[in-house]
Design a protein around this ligand. Structure first.
Ligand SMILES: [Mg+2]
Length: 143
């Protein structure tokens, strides 16, 4: 594993299925928000996102959003309807918030994945925290 390289690549978040998460022993999925779970301009969770979150939770996977976005009110309003905890101003590639989330959820780095669209923030933060980095394509290119 080089620190700059994603451990797995997907086109978009929906491709990370509950089956894959189970097979890969993922108990906690830390997700970037902007251009990973939503387009930067989306104010409300899209239907496909709501469905995906539900399916992952049903499979026993915990989900938490770890974003560098500093707009706390927007983040809380976006995450509340999908019932997912979120961290804003995460300062990725610093790994502090990822490590805190793992402690909070009582999971080990080996059971955790960080899903994001940027190697400069998400992939590096994942590897600094000792967790797997899974990368999706920028959502803005897929509408
Ligand atoms: Mg992003």
């Amino acid at each position: 594993m080089t620190i700059f390289k994603a451990d797995k690549k997907f086109e978009r978040f929906e491709d990370v299925t509950p089956e894959i998460l189970k097979k890969e022993n993922v108990k906690l999925l830390l997700c970037d928000l902007d251009n990973t779970l939503r387009l930067h301009s989306e104010k409300e969770p899209a239907e496909e996102l709501r469905k995906w979150i539900k399916a992952c939770k049903k499979a026993g996977v915990k989900i938490a959003i770890v974003s560098n976005n500093g707009r706390k009110k927007m983040m809380l309003e976006f995450c509340e309807p999908i019932d997912v905890p979120c961290v804003w101003w995460a300062w990725k590639p610093r790994s502090t918030k990822l490590t805190e989330a793992m402690k909070e959820h009582g999971v080990k780095p080996a059971e955790t994945v960080m899903l994001g669209d940027k190697w400069t923030t998400d992939v590096l933060a994942a590897h600094f925290a000792g967790v797997r980095a899974w990368k999706v394509e920028h959502r803005k290119y897929i509408v």
